[in-house]
Design a protein around this ligand. Structure first.
Ligand code: KG4
Ligand code: ZN
Length: 449
């Protein structure tokens, strides 16, 4: 039995998880910073690193407590060390090195993008009855945030995809930490919760609602079968991989401009839906009529496996505001979002979603053909990253698998967004191969497999 602590701090989630034997999740703790970045409609790197610093120790302690173990029980510590925001990565990498050094256990460096492709093989996180911890806010010195940063700071539970403001769960005594509740209170109640996924009809891990320690290997979902086609769809990536093993990946396609999650977030800004936009746009799109607008599906060259989403984003802008007169900053649009009624906005959201997901499905078909032509027809299609939470992508990828007779693996909702269970899970493969890092393991901002 191997127990690995995973840490994830590449962007705006501070996460720690304990995973047994690569698949059995004993705890999965995620502290998000969404409220902190919301007013900027995007992640502010300096604010993110400072929040990671504040959260990392309590999050690690919570992951140990919820798994009912101590640092001494660990066999290794793994950390997502690339790619990501450099200041954010450094917090996790430094914490992992410190624990490795202090407890004399192996350190494992994990590629964040590879880890997303491991997420679909994890058991659902166990339910915890423990109340969420209350953490005192730090003293904020020399900050550059306008207003009262202390009272605006919040760490909330990982939102369920499609439901960005979840109600308190059984594991929490505290109310959801919304900005309006925090404003002016002076005292910030911070929740750090074990993420708990709602049962997902597409996922059958057979391990829901068990207490930590009672999982058996039989509870774990099947391992991936190879060769596999991997698709990572997130805020930073839209990439296709031919996979021979969990760690042997060849990039066969990628976006040439915006990542699909980025396009969702930008379209959500145009539609005035708030941040993070992906889940909100997805939810709205499900109520709209996608046939009212014919938005472009960029296929690029005939056999290209690359993606492009910037044209779709511009098409949404023009659909909402009309074609502008003039260019750049001098551009004058015909109307504003306020001139559209709710149904019109909902229909544009649906048309965007239909176009974005259609483009991905078409590229998946091409990629299957490409791998087949190469003599390595994929046995499975594995999807990971924040956009794998998308309702239409989940449905259409499942249909594609049935059509092509390929097993489709999509993560439970709790593991679509950034989390540390995927880091600790993938680390088991490295642990078995004795692929350990030294204490000079670097944090690397860009590049990936
Ligand atoms: O994997 P992730 O948590 O972080 C990165 O590594 O980028 O992905 C976050 C991205 C965001 O762009 C977010 O808007 C998008 O995933 N996202 C969604 C949905 N849930 C999250 N996009 C579309 N539909 C969703 N349901
Ligand atoms: Zn990610």
């Amino acid at each position: 039995m191997t127990l690995i602590l995973g840490l994830e701090t590449s962007c705006d989630e501070t996460a720690a998880a304990i995973v047994r034997d690569g698949q059995i999740v004993l705890s999965n703790v995620v502290a998000t910073q969404h409220d902190l970045h919301q007013r900027y409609r995007g992640v502010v790197p300096e604010i993110a690193s400072r929040a990671h610093l504040q959260n990392i120790n309590p999050v690690i302690q919570e992951s140990l407590d919820r798994a009912a173990i101590t640092l001494n029980d660990l066999d290794a510590i793994a950390v997502g060390h690339r790619p990501g925001l450099i200041g954010s990565l450094l917090v996790g990498v430094s914490a992992a090195k410190t624990i490795a050094w202090a407890t004399d256990i192996p350190l494992i460096g994990i590629d964040h993008v590879q880890a997303h492709l491991h997420a679909a093989t994890l058991t659902d996180p166990p339910t915890s009855n423990k109340p969420a911890p209350q953490i005192d806010p730090p003293s904020w010195r020399g900050n550059s945030i306008t207003g009262n940063p202390k009272s605006d700071f919040s760490v909330t539970s990982n939102p369920q995809p499609g439901n960005p403001q979840p109600p308190p769960t059984a594991s929490s005594n505290a109310a959801p930490n919304t900005p309006s509740q925090n404003k002016g209170s002076g005292v910030v109640s911070k929740e750090i919760q074990t993420t708990k996924s709602t049962p997902d009809p597409l996922i059958n891990s057979g391990a829901q609602n068990k207490a930590p320690g009672t999982f058996t290997p039989a509870d774990a979902p099947a391992k991936l079968t190879f060769p596999a086609l991997g698709l990572v769809v997130s805020g930073g990536h839209t990439s296709l991989y031919a996979m021979n093993s969990p760690t042997d990946l060849t990039l066969i396609g990628a976006t040439i401009d915006d990542a699909v999650g980025e396009a969702y977030d930008k379209a959500a800004v145009i539609l005035n839906l708030g941040y993070p936009g992906g889940p909100k746009l997805d939810k709205l799109a499900q109520q709209g009529d996608p046939t009212q607008h014919d938005l472009p599906r960029s296929m690029l060259a005939k056999d290209s496996l690359d993606f492009s989403f910037s044209g779709l984003k511009t098409a949404v802008l023009y659909t909402v505001r009309g074609h502008p007169k003039g260019r750049g900053a001098a551009a004058k649009f015909q109307r504003s979002i306020d001139d559209l009624n709710e149904q019109q906005i909902t229909n544009i959201a649906a048309a965007f979603q239909a176009a974005a997901i259609d483009a991905i499905i078409k590229k998946l078909k091409r990629a299957v053909q490409h791998m087949t032509d190469q003599g390595t027809p994929p046995q499975s299609l594995v999807i990971g990253g924040g956009v794998s939470a998308n309702s239409l992508l989940r449905t259409r990828a499942t249909e594609l698998g049935e059509q092509l007779n390929i097993t489709v693996r999509i993560p439970a909702f709790a593991y679509c967004l950034d989390n540390a269970a995927m880091i600790a899970g993938l680390a088991h493969t490295h642990y078995q191969a004795h692929n350990f890092a030294n204490l000079d393991l670097p944090a690397i901002a860009s590049g990936s497999v």
